[in-house]
Design a protein around this ligand. Structure first.
Ligand code: ADP
Length: 336
């Protein structure tokens, strides 16, 4: 019975020998050669064997064998017979980690919201103090518009990201024409590209299809295009190409922009991570664009790869499983 429990469970004998340990216990590394390797658990078993009373205890222990990672465990015990103790252990580490990430995110969002709200308040004061001077009023009002736009895009990105996290695109899967989806994403950012004097070079049609959420996929491509424009000097080119290779659809966005230092490459997909916060503020970035791209890829069973060199440019590639007509896909209900 213990071996099918999702909870780590073990039975300890009178001399401290482990009589039974289920696979979850072994996976956590709590038992080795049928001995408990975490002293806190051995002490717990001894206490229960002696007192006979069940004990419930939370403990933070170093994960064996290297001890680099901390495990947060919740242990419940019962005496099975003379000196024989049953221990059931829930690993709370993942839950606690997710809680911490959520708390961080809320703190970060609040901090990010404060900046434009603070700016709006200062600008409103400025308008009040120069209400007789039309030029000044116009100047401050324009800046207020800019801050309001920034606020709106931050709120939109937070909403997008939270939707993505609680969403499975399989629920609304449709067959998506990759070339058409990429073309639409390009259309959405054309005005921005023209304003920055950035030219698009679009590759040959891929004639490929994806099964997924069209609007999520288009948002991911649009975010890559927006970044390619924002982090490139004017009069440069952005190449966009889609292709089908070995059952994988690749959508590549390549710019001739400022590039990303090697040390930052792994971190750019984190929420609110910016290589240069000052520049991001100028471009009006929210710091969530690539986090959204990452989640869209994950939700579709794919990934986003990045190559970059400072001063040369960056290439972001979405890699997603292609939809092949006739291929069995029993878990997905297709809406056409
Ligand atoms: P932001 O809204 O700040 O652009 P993103 O999540 O889209 O946030 O990107 C995170 C960071 O990654 C950016 O602040 C920028 O430093 C870097 N970055 C993203 N795309 C590019 C690119 N094409 N070229 C250079 N740097 C980029």
């Amino acid at each position: 019975m213990l071996s099918i429990l999702p909870t780590a469970s073990l039975v300890v004998g009178p001399d401290g020998d482990v009589l039974h340990a289920n696979p979850r216990t072994l996976a956590l590394g709590l038992v080795n050669r049928m001995r408990l390797v975490v002293p806190e658990l051995a002490t717990l078993a001894a206490e229960v064997a002696e007192s006979g009373a069940p004990i419930e205890r939370e403990m933070r222990v170093r994960r064996p064998p290297l001890g680099r990672e901390l495990l947060e465990l919740h242990a419940r015990t019962a005496l099975l017979g003379t000196g024989v103790v049953l221990i059931l252990i829930d690993d709370l580490s993942e839950e606690r980690r997710v809680d911490a990430v959520r708390r961080d995110f809320v703190a970060n969002v609040s901090h990010e919201l404060k900046t434009p709200v603070g700016a709006l308040s200062v600008l409103a004061e400025a308008v009040l103090s120069c209400s007789d001077e039309a030029d000044q009023v116009r100047h401050f009002a324009e800046r207020m518009q800019l801050e309001a736009t920034r606020l709106a895009s931050l709120i939109q990105d937070v909403i997008d990201l939270s939707r993505l996290q609680g969403d499975d695109p399989a629920n609304r899967a449709e067959i998506v024409d990759v070339d058409e989806m990429v073309e639409r994403a390009i259309d959405e950012v054309r005005t921005l590209a023209t304003a920055h004097h950035v030219e698009f070079l679009v590759g040959q049609p891929s004639t490929a299809y994806l099964l997924g959420d069209r609007s999520q996929l288009q948002t991911a491509v649009r975010n890559l295009l927006t970044n390619a424009i924002a982090y490139s000097p004017s009069s440069t080119r952005v190449a966009v190409a889609a292709r089908l290779a070995d059952g994988i659809v690749e959508v590549m966005v390549k710019d001739q922009g400022i590039g990303i230092p090697a040390n930052d490459l792994d971190r750019v997909f984190e929420r609110f991570y910016r290589v240069d916060p000052a520049r991001s503020r100028v471009t009006g970035g929210t710091g969530l664009g690539l986090a959204i791209v990452k989640h869209v890829c994950q939700n579709h069973g794919g990934e986003c790869r990045v190559w970059s060199e400072v001063g040369v440019g960056s290439t972001f590639t979405l890699r997603l499983p292609a939809y092949v007509e006739g291929a069995p896909n029993p878990s997905l209900e297709v809406v056409q």
